[in-house]
Design a protein around this ligand. Structure first.
Ligand SMILES: *[C@@H]1O[C@H](CO)[C@@H](O)[C@H](O)[C@H]1NC(C)=O
Length: 270
C-alpha cells in the first residue's frame, strides 16, 4: 500500500512520457509541413508542450523510482506551475469565448457576423494590422472563397440565398446583406449607387484576392472559428487538468513516503 503511490507515480509518468511523444512528433511535423502562415503560429507551442511534458515525466519517473527526494520536490513544483498555467488558460478561454455569435438573416440559409459582438480582447487581436495582414494572406492562400465560387458556379440568386455558408465564407466571400448589391455570382456582385451605412460595403471588391477580406465581417467570421476552436481547447484542458491533479496528488503522496522512509533509515517496508 505504501509502495503503491511511488509505483503509481512511475506508471502515470510513463503514460505522460508516452503522451509527449506524439505531441512532439506532431509539432515537428507541423513545423516541416506547415507552408502557409496559418499554421506557423501553431508548431512552436506544440513542440514546447511536448518537450516540457517529456522532461517533467522523466523527472517524475526518476524521482519516484529512484526515490530521489529533491527531484520529486522539483517535479511537484513544476507540476504545480503546470496546473496553474492550464487552469488560467482554461478560465481565459471561457471568458474570451463566452461572447459573440452569428446573426440569422431572414430568408437566408446563412448567418452574418459582426465584429462588435465578439470579446474586446479578440477584437484587438484582429484589428492589429500586423496580425490581420498575416491572416488575410493565409485566407487568400487557403482558397476559402475560390472553392465556394467553384462549388456555386451558375447557381441562381434564389439558391444562393438558401446556401449554408461557413462563418468565413459568409464574412469574407460575399458583401453584407445591408449593402443590397446585385448578385452576379457568389463572389461577384454589382455595387449599387448611394451611401451605405456599413463601411464593409466600401471594402467590397470583386477581385478574387480582395473580395471582403478587409471587411469587419471577415474578422468576425474568423473570430467565430477561433471561438469554436477555443471552446474545444477549454474542454480538453479540463480533462487534462483533472489528470494533472490526480498525478499531482499521487506525487505528493510519494514524496511523503520518501520522507517517511528517510526517517526510518533505509527500512524496506512491504
Ligand atoms: C463579374 O461579372 C461581370 C459581369 O458578368 C464580369 O464582367 C466581371 O468580369 C466579373 N468579375 C470577376 C472578377 O469575375
Amino acid at each position: 500500500m505504501v509502495r503503491c503511490s511511488n509505483n503509481l507515480v512511475g506508471i502515470l509518468n510513463f503514460i505522460v512520457f508516452l503522451l509527449s511523444i506524439p505531441i512532439l512528433a506532431g509539432g515537428i511535423w507541423l513545423s516541416q509541413n506547415g507552408s502557409t502562415e496559418c499554421e506557423g503560429f501553431l508548431d512552436k507551442p506544440v513542440i514546447a508542450l511536448g518537450v516540457f511534458l517529456m522532461v517533467v515525466a522523466i523527472v517524475g519517473l526518476i524521482g519516484s523510482c529512484c526515490r530521489v527526494t529533491w527531484l520529486l520536490w522539483t517535479y511537484l513544483f513544476v507540476m504545480f506551475l503546470l496546473i496553474l498555467l492550464v487552469f488560467s488558460i482554461t478560465v481565459f478561454a471561457f471568458v474570451v469565448t463566452n461572447k459573440g455569435a452569428g446573426e440569422k438573416v431572414s430568408g437566408r440559409g446563412y448567418k452574418e457576423y459582426r465584429l462588435g459582438d465578439y470579446s474586446n480582447w479578440l477584437q484587438k487581436r484582429v484589428n492589429s494590422d500586423k496580425n490581420w495582414n498575416k491572416i488575410r494572406s493565409c485566407l487568400a492562400d487557403s482558397k476559402v472563397c475560390s472553392k465556394l465560387e467553384d462549388k456555386l458556379v451558375g447557381v441562381p440568386v434564389k439558391n444562393f440565398y438558401n446556401e449554408h455558408l461557413t462563418a468565413l465564407q459568409s464574412g469574407c466571400c460575399k458583401p453584407s446583406e445591408q449593402c443590397q448589391f446585385t448578385y452576379v455570382s457568389a463572389t461577384n456582385w454589382t455595387k449599387t449607387a448611394g451611401t451605405q451605412p456599413n463601411p464593409d460595403c466600401q471594402s467590397w471588391d470583386n477581385a478574387p484576392n480582395k473580395l471582403c477580406f478587409d471587411c469587419q465581417s471577415c474578422k468576425a467570421g474568423l473570430l467565430d472559428n477561433v471561438k469554436s476552436a477555443w471552446k474545444k481547447v477549454a474542454v480538453v484542458n479540463i480533462i487534462f487538468l483533472v489528470f494533472l491533479i490526480i498525478v499531482y496528488s499521487v506525487g505528493c503522496c510519494a514524496l511523503r513516503n520518501n520522507k517517511r522512509d528517510g526517517s526510518y533509515g533505509y527500512g524496506y517496508k512491504p
